[in-house]
Unconditional design. Structure first.
Length: 447
């Protein structure tokens, strides 16, 4: 393990523009796939209503989380905030929820990468492409955070431009009537069933906080990165949703012609409905669309490595995960561990279930983070807050209420997946209670 004895310090090299690239990059794959599965559950109106409330949740949560990130700029994100505000038990649960979100999101994206490439290379299995993507981008992240962040920035810009091109092609074919076709096929229940796929539009933007220790002047630059990223994503979400569904109704971007299986490629389906799938633009959407998937895949791998790294560094996970690569100063052991778990998830072939598990982790993280936010405001009002959330307590309260309702609804409508998520949380917490030394817990809380 000599390559991994580089200590426990990360290299500080990221500026605000790179943070914007990371924030948008973590999330942008949600515009390219996944969200359309919510149309099968709720129809156009059901997913639209769910997305409306989820946008409110993410805007209020993101700026509240920015206050925490600027105040406590550490790689553990939600784990560090909950540890400080609520103690080691809630700190551990917040950290586990974060790890589950960040570890389970990449396999779903890897599967979509495989599905997109399989459209052009049907002889190569989807899973083989997904596993190859894991290996390649884990290695990129091991080589160095600055190289990884520059790569992320470039492909994110390409992915954003691609979405604008897609909207420019689709909007001339937009018809308002298409938005009302079978708009609420499963009634009010469909709104709640669509929640995890509305969350997928924005899932993982909080990963910006996990590179706080690698950010130059984090107290200023994290706010700029978070703020500009959430504004960009809200605009892209509304634009993509409206232009895609407006082409031919929601079923056009869920089911390929002659198929009853939901597709992982909604934007190519929309273009196919316009052009028949034979022109240059259709193939361009597929190939350039990969940049959006790769941006999120690569970015969340980066954030996940930092979250697992912090768990190992404080002793809440095996200490090897808290080590950095001797040469590159990146959390290589954590990155490799996450890759192995991700590959196992890919082999399950359950994209929808994997997305839902990631969303369970995200919502649990949001709830614990907002509880930490309120606790720190109440108990430690004199802590230096370079950025302070406006509208306290109403706006932060909205984030807490909507995320709590969403978690309850997701649990009710996804009982089997919920059992898997809560089972992982329970077993890991029992390990923490009985096998992690009290001195380690105390040291982590007071750090």
């Amino acid at each position: 393990m000599s390559d991994f004895d580089g200590g426990e310090n990360l290299d500080r090299s990221l500026g605000p523009f790179m943070l914007w690239g990371l924030g948008v990059g973590y999330v942008i794959s949600g515009m390219y796939f996944g969200w359309n599965l919510g149309l099968a559950e709720g129809g156009t109106l059901g997913l639209a209503i769910a997305t409306f409330f989820i946008i409110i949740m993410y805007v209020t949560f993101t700026f509240s989380y920015t206050e925490l990130a600027c105040m406590i700029p550490k790689a553990g994100g939600a784990f560090d905030y909950a540890n400080k505000a609520l103690g080691p038990n809630m700190g551990f649960l917040g950290g586990m929820a974060q790890n589950i979100e960040f570890i389970f999101a990449p396999p779903a994206i890897a599967f979509a990468i495989g599905a997109y490439l399989n459209l052009h290379m049907p002889t190569i299995p989807v899973n083989a492409i997904a596993i190859a993507a894991f290996v390649i981008f884990t290695l990129v992240n091991i080589v160095g955070v600055k190289i990884a962040a520059i790569f992320e920035l470039v492909i994110t810009i390409i992915a954003v431009v691609e979405l604008l091109i897609f909207a420019g092609v689709a909007l001339p074919h937009f018809e308002v009537a298409n938005l009302s076709v079978n708009a609420l096929p499963n009634g009010v229940e469909g709104i709640f069933r669509a929640i995890p796929f509305a969350i997928w539009f924005f899932l993982a933007i909080e990963g910006v906080a996990n590179v706080a220790e690698e950010t130059v002047n984090p107290q200023r630059n994290i706010f700029i990165g978070f703020g500009s990223a959430i504004v960009t994503l809200v605009i892209l979400c509304i634009l993509t949703f409206t232009s895609a569904v407006g082409v031919g109704g929601w079923e056009t971007v869920v089911y390929d012609v002659g198929s009853t299986t939901a597709s992982d490629s909604p934007l190519p389906l929309a273009i196919k409905a316009i052009s028949g799938g034979s022109d240059f633009l259709y193939h361009l959407i597929i190939w350039v669309g990969l940049f959006g998937l790769v941006a999120s895949f690569h970015g969340i791998i980066l954030a996940a490595g930092r979250a697992t790294f912090e768990f190992g560094r404080v002793g809440y996970a095996p200490k090897i995960f808290g080590k950095t690569h001797k040469k590159f100063k990146t959390p290589a052991p954590a990155l490799i561990f996450n890759m192995l778990i991700g590959i196992l998830a890919v082999l399950s072939n359950e994209t929808g279930a994997i997305i839902t598990i990631a969303c369970f982790g995200a919502l649990s993280l949001y709830i614990i983070s907002m509880l930490s936010f309120f606790k720190l405001r109440k108990d430690q009002p004199d802590l230096e807050r370079p950025f302070k959330m406006i509208g306290y307590p109403v706006l932060p309260g909205l984030a807490l209420v909507i995320s709590s309702i969403s978690l309850v609804a997701m649990t009710y409508y996804n009982l089997k997946t919920a059992a898997i998520f809560y089972g992982i949380m329970l077993l890991s917490f029992l390990w923490f209670k009985f096998f992690v030394n009290d001195d380690v817990k105390q040291a982590a809380t007071s750090a």
